[in-house]
Design a protein around this ligand. Structure first.
Ligand SMILES: O=C(O)CCC(=O)C(=O)O
Length: 271
């Protein structure tokens, strides 16, 4: 039987108010480091996206070669699909709902730092199945996030197919915790296909073991303050002809570092 928590309180002077699902997700990410939101994609669009995903992965393997990808532990990742895949990859990276959520978490400007298709293969270890932060090798904590992840779930994320494990609130702790702590506190985030799993990038997380017979697919996005360099330079690798100024800004067009002093001075607004 569900036993709901008390709704009454006493002795409280300050309270957060979250009046809609986005604010509630922001509240949860701020305190626990994770939340899920539906993307709003339709069933038909999702069906097409699954095909787009598989085709894009097959073309990527053909371009870069099975051997190169296997020998670099890159076989279960497709880097920057929005630069070489169908427009649907750009669409999931620029969802209005998602960006409004990211904008409430990262103060000031932010850019898309990376987009990666991730494949959790059936009954095999894979590169994301180890605990990490998405700002790896970093052990600081910050008073507000400088980087946010959004994993678009292409398939349902279930316990059986290795839904993402997280260590709640670990974005607030600089060190990686002990094995016993992990065993007691790690939880798995189950989500529906078409949802975004949103994480503070400093939250420790890992893909789980996929014990089913089908791959579990997702597309990870990392949004960061513009000071952090992109994983792969997006402006140099995307056809900008049909992109709005807003999307160009999100993809980092305004933030490439000036090549010399003259270029820096030319980029300064006139007083
Ligand atoms: O596959 C997953 O569940 C986790 C993916 C992940 O950790 C990542 O892309 O950084």
């Amino acid at each position: 039987m569900f036993n709901p928590p008390p709704s009454a309180s006493y002795g409280i002077l300050h309270r957060t108010t979250s009046e809609n699902p986005i604010d509630l997700a922001v509240e949860q990410i701020s305190s626990l480091g994770y939340a899920t939101i539906p993307s709003g994609i339709t069933t038909e669009e999702l069906k097409i996206f699954k095909k787009d995903f598989d085709l894009n992965q097959a073309q990527y393997i053909e371009t870069f070669g099975l051997e190169k990808l296997s020998s670099t532990d890159e076989l279960n990742t497709v880097r920057a699909p929005l630069t070489h895949g169908p427009e649907s990859f750009l669409k999931i990276a620029t969802s209005e709902k998602l960006l409004s959520l990211v904008g409430k978490l990262i103060h000031g400007q932010f850019i898309l730092n990376q987009q990666n298709s991730i494949i959790n293969p059936p009954q095999k270890d894979y590169n994301q199945g180890a605990w990490h932060r998405d700002l790896p090798y970093q052990h600081f904590t910050s008073s507000s996030p400088i980087a946010i992840n959004a994993i678009f779930c292409v398939d349902d994320f279930t316990k059986d197919n290795g839904a993402t494990f997280v260590l709640p609130a670990s974005h607030k702790i600089s060190k990686f915790p002990s094995s016993d702590y992990i065993e007691r506190n790690a939880i798995q985030i189950e989500a529906n296909a078409g949802d975004y799993i949103i994480l503070d990038c400093m939250l420790f997380h890992a893909g789980g073991y996929n014990s089913t017979s089908s791959p579990r697919r997702g597309v990870n996005h990392v949004y960061t303050i513009p000071f952090l360099k992109q994983q792969i330079n997006l402006p140099d690798n995307i056809d900008a002809k049909h992109l709005s100024e807003e999307v160009k800004k999100l993809l980092g067009f305004r933030y490439s570092e000036p090549k010399n002093i003259q270029e820096f001075l030319d980029s300064r607004p006139k007083m």
